[in-house]
Design a protein around this ligand. Structure first.
Ligand SMILES: [Zn+2]
Length: 112
């Protein structure tokens, strides 16, 4: 069985892929956690306004005015949040390993 994916194009032209886990839930595009009841974003790039356990709200925390980062890039805002999460968990080996495993599921390969 192949992986179920969905391609998304944001208003600013950025493109990303949403991945569905075998457990029936969708992966968070920020931390990779397979816990979302529907894809984080619709095909047209609008956010689902679900909030992942990593704290990211899709359609809110990616807005330059709301995010506090002032980054006009959806993917850029994901990266900022992901980097913070990686730093935060870097001293907690079990949770860090789980995070790396989840990120691998969404195509992000990081060395340990
Ligand atoms: Zn997340």
């Amino acid at each position: 069985m192949g992986k179920i994916i969905k391609d998304v194009t944001f208003r600013n032209g950025e493109k990303a892929t949403m991945f569905k886990h075998a457990n029936g839930y969708w992966h968070c595009p920020v931390c990779g956690s397979p816990e979302l009841g529907s894809p984080a974003y619709l095909e047209d790039g609008s956010g689902s306004f679900q909030i992942c356990s990593c704290g990211f709200e899709f359609g809110f925390d990616d807005e330059p005015s709301a995010s506090g980062t002032k980054i006009d890039s959806v993917i850029g805002n994901w990266e900022v949040k992901r980097h913070r999460k990686l730093q935060y968990l870097s001293s907690k080996s079990d949770q860090y390993k789980e995070l790396l495993t989840n990120l691998r599921c969404i195509g992000i390969e990081l060395s340990t």
